[in-house]
Design a protein around this ligand. Structure first.
Ligand SMILES: [Zn+2]
Length: 222
């Protein structure tokens, strides 16, 4: 019996076939929702849901299939487990590294803005002592370098905080967020969505902030 026959007979005799079918149908409609939605945050929510649905199908398929090609699924499951572990521990270690290497201070003046834009009352805003203009988010914490605060005007800084606030919104479900690299869906879109979100709040200030940062690195490399 070849593998395709084996898979189909495994599937149709399995007691999980209805669960798999239902998940597949829901996943299909989620994909439609993802493609149709225009609002960036709604799109991200559909995107998360789609990833969860796809991944929750894997253990079901695993339970269903008893064919030789199962090695493919086994390797994938090991990959998922290792990648999740790495993804969940990296932010913890990176934070530790940051607090060892740089002095971290809270940036309280603008923290309320971050909390308002991210909808998270626990979000924190930090400044770390690097001269290079940098901004990133780890979980619910946003880090701005001293360099970016020096370089940008307050309005531009707000635009950067709005971009990072979008990531804080995404990070409310870190496990789900990490699914994105485990599936075969595009993930670079998330940066675009964060920019769209920031543009809605800060208008053209986002572009002028990005321009200044780009020029900073260009001048430095020339
Ligand atoms: Zn970003």
């Amino acid at each position: 019996m070849n593998n395709i026959e084996c898979f189909s007979s495994c599937f149709f005799t399995s007691s999980y076939k209805f669960n798999i079918l239902i998940l597949a149908i829901v996943a299909f409609f989620t994909l439609v929702g993802y493609l149709m939605s225009k609002e960036s945050l709604t799109k991200v929510r559909y995107y998360w849901l789609l990833n969860v649905l796809i991944l929750s199908n894997i253990p079901l398929l695993y339970l269903t299939m008893l064919c030789d090609m199962l090695w493919f699924l086994k390797i994938y499951i090991i990959y998922v487990a290792v990648a999740m572990l790495v993804l969940l521990t990296i932010p913890v270690f990176y934070r530790l590294y940051l607090s060892r290497k740089y002095e971290l201070t809270r940036f309280l003046e603008m923290e309320s803005l971050l909390r308002k834009l991210s909808g998270s009352a626990k979000a924190k805003l930090y400044i770390f002592g690097s001269a290079l203009p940098k901004a990133f988010t780890l979980g619910k914490d946003v880090f701005l370098s001293a360099g970016i605060i020096d370089l940008l005007d307050p309005e531009e800084l707000k635009a950067v905080i709005a971009h990072e606030a979008f990531h804080v919104k995404q990070n409310r479900y870190p496990l789900i967020r990490n699914f994105k690299i485990l599936t075969f869906l595009p993930s670079t879109k998330l940066e675009e969505y964060a920019d769209l979100y920031a543009e809605k709040i800060a208008g053209e200030w986002l572009e002028s902030a990005k321009e200044k940062i780009r020029n900073f690195y260009l001048d430095r490399s020339s």
